[in-house]
Design a protein. Structure first.
Lengths: 104, 104
DNA sequence: TCAATTATTAAACAATTATTAAAATGACAG
DNA sequence: CTGTCATTTTAATAATTGTTTAATAATTGA
């Protein structure tokens, strides 16, 4: 994963509404949740949600799929993993590591 | 760790210069690196570096300590871990997990 | 003390961002 | 088709952000 992509992904998550969206989607797993349902849960206007979905998708952290009238959004776990790996790369020059990331 | 803090931390990392600073500091480990040395390595003006250090420190991701004329900056691994944990919390509702974060 | 070095602060500006309201698209049921 | 529901797009505005330059601290050695 490249630095520029990571900056985009971090920027996508660095906003309260989008962080909330992403966390909900993380809990949902690969099946995701419909746009309207997310909007209602988070009490955000549809237009504003669309703006934020766009940022998250563009950053690659979220994917969408249409199902009838609904659009489902889901977390892209691979992208997330790539970002986390980038952030923790080569920590402590390989010495006793100070960043023992949790195992899921 | 609270959502607001996490947003601040993500925003701190969501900028090319600051991401580069942080990654260098991750490699350095707890001893850190002097401000001027970082500025030179990244080819960024001291004033601009100071601005970015400020953001990183305020976000809790970096700590500073004075040593003579020099100010050393170092990554705060605990804060980083807190942020990563927050992002991966409750993934996939506990089912077969799609976000197996790397073990360091 | 004086001058040199290291780093921070302040002010100004251009660029980006989030939010809102209104209009427009796309999908489906009747 | 027509109307309705779900979502997106557009345009406008307020707020935040990154960079530069110049000025200001803090530390040290001569």
């Amino acid at each position: 994963m490249e630095s520029e992509q990571v900056v985009t992904a971090l920027a996508a998550l660095a906003q309260p509404t989008r962080l909330a969206i992403f966390r909900l989607l993380v809990v949902c797993g690969p099946q995701g949740m419909a746009a309207g349902q997310l909007a209602e849960k988070l009490d955000v206007s549809p237009a504003n949600m669309s703006f934020h979905f766009n940022k998250l998708c563009h950053a690659g952290l979220v994917v969408s799929r249409q199902d009838g009238r609904f659009v489902y959004y889901a977390a892209n776990f691979a992208a997330m993993n790539g970002m986390l790996a980038f952030l923790t790369e080569n920590c402590c020059e390989g010495n006793a590591c100070a960043m023992p990331v949790k195992k899921c």
